[in-house]
Design a protein around this ligand. Sequence first.
Ligand code: HEM
Ligand SMILES: [Ca+2]
Length: 787
Amino acid sequence: YGPAKQTYYYGNYRSCPNVGGYPSQCRPPKDCAVWYDLVVVTPNTGCKLTDGNPGTCCPDLPSNGNGAPILNVPKRVKVPFSIDTKRIENAIKASQTLSTCLTNTETCLNENKITIRPGSSSAAHSFFSRTTPESMKISRGALAASFAAKELIQSFGTEIESDQVDSTVSQVNLKDTSLANTCPVSPVCDEKTLRSPFRKLDGSCNNVRNPIWGQSKTQYQRLLSPDYAEGISTPRKAKNWQQGRELPSPRLVSISVVHDENSPSDSTASWTMQMGQFLDHDLVSTPTTTATCCTSDGKAMRPAELHPECLPISIPADDPFFSQFGQTCMDFVRSSTAPKLDCRLGYREQLNDNTHFLDLSLVYGSDDKTADELRTKEKGKLKINSPRSDHESALLPPGENPLGRPCSLAREVSGINPPADIKCFAAGDGRSSVTPKMAVSQTVFLREHNRLATELASLNPSWDDERLYQEARRILIAQAQHITYNEWLPIVIGRSKMQQLGLLPLQRGFSSDYDGNVLPSIVNEFVGAAFRFGHSLVQGNYNLFNQQRQKEAGDKILRQHFFKTQEVYKPGNLDKFLISLATVPIQNMDNSFSEELTNHLFEDHPAQRFGLDLVSLNIQRGRDHGLRGYNSYRELCGLKRANNFDDLCDTIPNVIVKRLQTLYNSVDDIDLFIGGVSERAAEGALVGPTFQCIIADQFLKLKRGDRYFYDLGGQAGSFTQEQLDEIRKFSLARLACGNSQVQKFQPLLFRTVSAANPIVDCKSSSIPSMSLLPWKERGYGGGGYSG
Ligand code: HEM
Ligand SMILES: [Ca+2]
């Protein structure tokens, strides 16, 4: 059974029962992660591995279904008439005037000090979604193109139906116009790059025929064409807007549908939430323009003072929370515009600053310059906070603080004067310090990189810094992909969906799933709605746990810890955070969100008593990105399109349907984010069927469309069979054990402790370790890369 090296662990001291109707076998628990839901309900699935350590009885991994359809980019409809060049020239000229106006407006706003207030929640939000000069330049070009598209459409008056807008303007290829310099530049990949076993840092040259696919600073793709009011960029309107109906304010939706109820999961640990955010920060980072959209006392701004990229959220006057503070306006700036990959005129697209691949760009950076700054340039290692730190206490290196917000805790919270040397952290993604737990998750991956580099150096003394860095990076990315597909995705989307789409990891051998026709980039519906499901899992309370798994005294609340790293710096705390992530359950996935996120997001604590509302931001972001209503995605995902609100009851509990009905005029108006989080969980999954469909499709694209996916055979980046077998032994628990001083963990860290998931010693074979011996170079053909 199985690859020779792994059978070492498997025991048959006691015969295993049938699980889910299949014969099972005793294995290290992480090899049963996919089966966990069945394992816990089947009696006698606990067993002993050959060396006596606890194992789990479960069947072999099911073989993947194949031929699963990938959801495709919407095709353009052909439009019968062509546009004359004069008209195009005029539109482009007008767009240039509009661009100049925008620059002038910005100068004027700056001169009048209509800028983000340092220290405010908006300052933190702006830092979170900050743009770089390079992205800013790219997106200004794209914005000009979007102005041109609008001008062009306007020049036709009412001649063009709204569903023909995009196909009409897309006849214009910007390469033939004076806006040619706004087109994305396709990278040139030489033979050596294409044959390299190591990915490029910016994600380019992954797809041989389309080397820009998946590269950082390129557009998201879409599952459905967008719904913009005029077909180009204005946020959608209600279906019956001509009868004076408007979409409800996102904040109204948030307070009417979303409640903060404590409903902890019975089996899923906080690591599941944390890994979700970790993946989010690997896969996406949507920059926004820097602007402020409400007055400093939380009122609507005069239209003349409003930045054109503003889309402030109106807060109802009788808001149960914000009314106490007289707030009627919540700051919201639109996401930066992305140039279209094909450089044609068309509807507005959004920009991803990160590489679209699951490639740990949040650890390494999404461009060469960032990557360079994070390296020590010695022995392949990444920088840590202090050159003197021993391995165990290594933290991320210091980075920037959000505008006017120190990263140390206020005296009112910590009881001590804020230490001067507390900094926010630097990493490959700018959001590493958004919460202490986020910083902790980045830290264990950083430590694992350095651990791998050190071990590789002792096995291969001749390898230089570059080789050690790249090999350690390649292994770490493979480990992260393995954890994601073997342990995390089965919880989020469920085993049967994974099996159906061909997403299950293989037990042995190589995969041949790569398909160069699959566009691997992140889907707008995923980033703008579906993958934000994780916000529902967040616990508002913050507790540290000691090695005995006892809660430390003093409840902490999340609002005090946004962009505060002080607790991470405190000696011994990193371990306590790791134990907390393993011990505290997530909040159930539903339409209930912690008040820490819906009233106190990025609060300037304790100076202010309120912050932003993440649910409102999510809804508004969906509209900003032109996402269609929930109903369209039901249909896309194979559910019945709802003709009326009652039709929603198949997926959404009745009481919530009633509430939606009071908010939205038409069933087609329901925002995707709200519809998605209101659904009952799909069979065996954390999320409902619509988000399950969007998330599953995304992870399929990330697997099929990534030439460097870890288990592929026959590719430039493929591991040897021996190496791959070692990577398959890795688990989240091993990552936490190997990079902290915690002595014991449960083998399945995304699950809380149970009889099927007992706490074991980190040295135990229940949490297998991988050996790096297969990376020892034995002259030519020794399983490595030379050159
Ligand atoms: C305490 C934890 C978290 C905080 C404070 C947080 C905060 C935020 C904020 C402020 C945004 C930007 C909202 C906007 O303006 O559009 C955001 C976006 C997002 N969040 Fe979270 N989040 C948390 C956890 C999570 C988790 C657990 C997941 C997934 C499982 C997640 C997934 C996302 C995604 C996909 C986006 C869009 C990112 C982008 O477009 O760049 N978040 N989050
Ligand atoms: Ca990435």
